[in-house]
Ligand binder design. Structure first.
Ligand code: AHM
Ligand code: MG
Length: 343
């Protein structure tokens, strides 16, 4: 039965399990589903733009072709605004959060959405997978008033839902509403997502580590020691491990969730808080990871317990199979405790 279930049917069947089952969250996920399909359509043409000339350089709205991450941002935003479905949006592509006031300031919506509309977009030019990441919270300010920064600066553990779209060899939408993780694959012929990966589980242990080792010299001692550990010969626990780093977090995360492994973007001497943004990248991925039985931390502290102080805040990110993340934390605590991030 599961094999034939569409995302639309799944949402209807699960609506009662949603935290606030007014139908609002279902409508929101439906909008994301639609926006994902439009973005997918644009991305799949990426290499053709120069070849098809004028036609390819005009987007669906008849506007000039924009960079795909900016376009993805506009498409998601437009979709959510037009459907009057959230009261505010924050995005990696926007300087500040966006207040959505609704028709004649009538916005009574209760959710805010945070997103990285096209993560790993530098990979587009070389035909490598990219992704969209989203995170949904219940607003904390009163309904009917304009959203405030506090609505967005909530701890990750307050998320109501989170997910990603992986534009890979196939297009998948993977999300959680706090009751496990489910993955849906797009059938491009008919434009429908089908439940292909029900109840996804992160393997407790894995043998893949995904880190940009090129920065080794800039890593903290704990991180360096963990990498040495990954490469040591220890057949009893399957070491040496395998290095796999696409440089597109959604793709790296997705592979590791299926095969078992750890994705790390650590602190470096150049970027003491790493590169990834807490609100748009780390919190949603951490929520999905935990919901699938994995673990996510900054090397010391659970990601979902960090109180954000600013919209575009960055944090070191260790995310994946529980035992691998714990092993990395062990090295960080032993050798880099004095460099522990403070927020
Ligand atoms: P972006 O949001 O600007 O695309 O940056 C995030 C991406 C991640 O998907 C990826 O894992 C990482 O940046 C790669 O960075 P680096 O090239 O420093 O390894
Ligand atoms: Mg990003």
């Amino acid at each position: 039965m599961y094999k034939h279930m569409t995302l639309g049917e799944f949402i209807i069947s699960k609506q009662k399990e949603f935290k606030y089952s007014s139908g609002e969250l279902s409508r929101l996920i439906n909008s994301i589903r639609l926006a994902a399909k439009v973005v997918n359509h644009e991305i799949r043409k990426a290499g053709l733009v120069d070849i098809t000339g004028d036609a390819g350089k005009v987007n669906v709205q008849g506007e000039n072709q924009q960079k795909l991450d900016v376009l993805a941002n506009e498409l998601f935003k437009k979709n959510l605004v037009n459907r009057d479905i959230v009261c505010g949006i924050a995005s990696e592509e926007e300087d500040d959060f966006v207040i959505i006031s609704g028709k004649e300031n009538s916005n009574k919506n209760r959710y805010v959405l945070l997103m990285d509309p096209l993560d790993g977009s530098s990979n587009i030019d070389v035909n490598v997978s990219v992704g969209t990441i989203f995170s949904i919270y219940h607003r904390v300010s009163p309904v009917g008033t304009p959203v405030t920064k506090e609505d967005f600066l909530q701890k990750g553990r307050e998320q109501v839902a989170a997910g990603y779209v992986a534009y890979g060899t196939s297009t998948m939408l993977v999300f959680t509403t706090g009751n496990g993780v489910n993955g849906f694959t797009l059938n491009p012929a008919i434009g429908t997502f089908y439940l292909s990966h029900p109840n996804m589980k992160y393997p407790e242990i894995g043998r893949v580590y995904s880190v940009s080792e090129g920065y080794f010299t800039h890593f903290q001692e704990g991180m360096k020691r963990f990498l040495v550990y990954c490469k040591e010969l220890a057949p009893e626990d399957n070491r040496p491990y395998t290095a796999r780093y696409i440089g597109s977090m959604v793709a790296d995360f997705h592979r590791n969730m299926i095969k078992g492994g750890v994705y790390i973007y650590p602190a470096t001497a150049i970027d003491p808080n790493g590169k990834l943004r807490l609100l748009y990248e780390c919190n949603p991925m951490a929520f999905i990871c935990e919901q699938a039985g994995g673990k996510a931390s900054d090397g010391f502290t659970r990601i979902l317990d960090i109180k954000p102080s600013e919209l575009h805040q960055r944090v070191p990110f260790y995310c994946g199979s529980k035992l691998l993340v714990e092993k990395a934390e062990e090295f960080m605590q032993k050798y880099s405790e004095e460099e522990k991030p403070t927020y």
